[in-house]
Design a protein around this ligand. Structure first.
Ligand SMILES: [Fe+2]
Ligand SMILES: [Fe+2]
Length: 473
């Protein structure tokens, strides 16, 4: 019987990957009849027979992780090196995975070794994947199939960018029509569905889009970014799809009232007069009026009007607009407030000399927790964003500069994957290699690399989004 201290049983997928790795490594060095090769082959065959007894065995790489029969392999300190080396081994050969058909147990050890050797030497050929495919077919090793590497990253990034630009256009259109009293909500709801689907599929990508800061009209960029950040936070805390869609629409509409405020007040550098502040503080109510005039069902209206009304209210209902309710702001209102302040702090605004780096913004908000923000939600937000949010420009402990690309599952929150920035001859920055900082901690072979501090993109004269949305190396 297992006692409490016995180590957890090892994952069958990990066991398979280990014997496969071992066999590949041994076969690289020794010939077929060497005793070590034979031992490694015997070990492999026991596991292989067992795993193909009742079903096909499929190992696959997807978004930098191994899956065995659809189950993601856990990332543990002891296995991370093997997993990473195998990922490199596969992708060097254009392989996305291998599939062994059921009853491969009848396959001879000799054939297995043949398969492994083909796998190994395929890298010497110009197009390893196709070469391998031909060899496997030609040598009747069809119990083993190779799966092509799928790289949908670029396609997803393209889709993300398109959605973002479409969102900018749509919110501009809504604002134009709303001031004439002819706006509807149908298009925005469809857009919200697309954004919510993207968030649920890959929230790192969507968070990365929120670092886009194109400034032809900041109000719209801000609205789209707030909507994205709020939807990601809502998804992070487990809101339903319907609630997320409403939250997303609320984000898009939250500052709609600003279209009624003159540009010279909105964009004013320096102190606002008392009269101008009054006008600014009126925008949540003006926004509510715009939404109420829009063409939509009563039910929808009641669901999306509260968040925009509340987005400048503190948990104790101080802030603006002044209300006499004793209740607390609604959940959607509290989420919008966090997304709104974070976005505004990290944006380049004409009236302040410099914006906050993402990590500074989170620290500032943390210092106001409870007073200005709902504590539980702010904690979740910071947890979701990571110490250095996606898109942060950072300095590493070896002096290099990098962009934070994402936080792979289970990696510590201060150890993201980063893309190194290299200074070019003209003083600009070009993207270099991508490094996973958590691997540098778990792998003893390499000196650990840490983030020392966040930098302002303007200090380096770069746009973080430019790197984030580019192809990674
Ligand atoms: Fe606002
Ligand atoms: Fe706002």
């Amino acid at each position: 019987m297992l006692n409490e201290n016995s180590p957890p049983a090892e994952d069958p997928g990990i066991i398979f990957l280990k014997v496969l790795y071992h066999l590949i490594q041994t076969a690289k060095i020794y010939d077929d009849n060497n005793q070590l090769t034979r031992e490694s082959l015997t070990k492999f065959k026991v596991i292989f027979d067992e795993m193909t007894r009742k079903e096909d065995l499929r190992i696959q790489i997807w978004r930098g992780r191994f899956y065995v029969n659809g189950e993601k392999l856990p990332y543990r300190r002891e296995t991370v090196r093997i997993i990473n080396e195998m990922i490199e081994y596969f992708s060097g050969r254009g392989l996305g995975g291998l599939q062994f058909i059921m009853n491969s147990g009848e396959v001879s050890s000799e054939n297995i070794l043949k398969f492994i050797r083909l796998l190994d030497v395929s890298i010497k050929h110009e197009d390893p994947f196709n070469w391998l495919g031909r060899q496997i077919g030609g040598q009747a090793l069809t119990w083993g199939q190779i799966l092509k590497e799928e790289d949908d990253t670029l396609e997803r990034k393209e889709r993300g960018k398109k959605t973002y630009l479409y969102a900018l256009d749509s919110i501009k259109e809504v604002a134009d029509k709303a001031s004439q009293g002819v706006a509807g909500v149908r298009k925005s709801r469809r857009l919200a569905q697309t954004i919510v689907d993207l968030v649920r599929e890959d929230h790192s990508l969507v968070l990365g889009l929120s670092i886009i800061k194109v400034y032809d009209d900041y109000t719209y960029v801000h609205s789209v970014n707030v909507s994205i950040l709020a939807t990601c936070l809502g998804s992070y805390i487990g809101l339903s799809k319907v609630a997320l869609e409403r939250l997303c629409v609320c984000g898009l509409f939250h500052d709609l009232g600003k279209v009624e405020i003159p540009k010279k007040v909105l964009l004013k550098r320096g102190e606002l007069s008392e009269e101008e502040w009054k006008r600014m503080h009126g925008h949540p109510l003006l926004g509510v009026r715009q939404i109420l005039r829009m063409n939509m069902t009563k039910e929808m209206r009641s669901k999306i009007v509260l968040g925009p009304f509340e987005h400048h209210l503190n948990p104790d209902m101080s802030g603006y607009p002044k209300t006499h309710f004793k209740k607390h702001p609604s959940l959607l209102g509290k989420i919008l407030r966090i997304a709104d302040v974070y976005e505004a702090l990290t944006a380049n605004r004409a009236y302040r000399s410099r914006s906050f780096t993402p990590d500074e913004a989170l620290r500032k908000m943390w210092s106001e927790i409870g007073k200005n923000f709902d504590p539980v939600l702010l904690k979740s937000f910071i947890e979701m964003m990571g110490v250095y949010p996606i898109g942060s420009i950072v300095e590493l402990s070896d002096g290099r500069r990098a962009v934070v690309m994402n936080y792979p599952d289970e990696s510590p929150k201060d150890s993201p994957r980063v893309q190194i920035l290299i200074e070019d001859d003209e003083g600009g920055m070009t993207p270099g290699e991508t490094i996973s900082l958590s691997d540098r901690i778990t792998e003893n072979r390499l000196p650990p690399l840490k983030i020392v501090k966040g930098l302002l993109p303007s200090q380096l004269g770069v746009q973080a989004a430019h790197f984030f949305l580019k192809e990674e190396k």
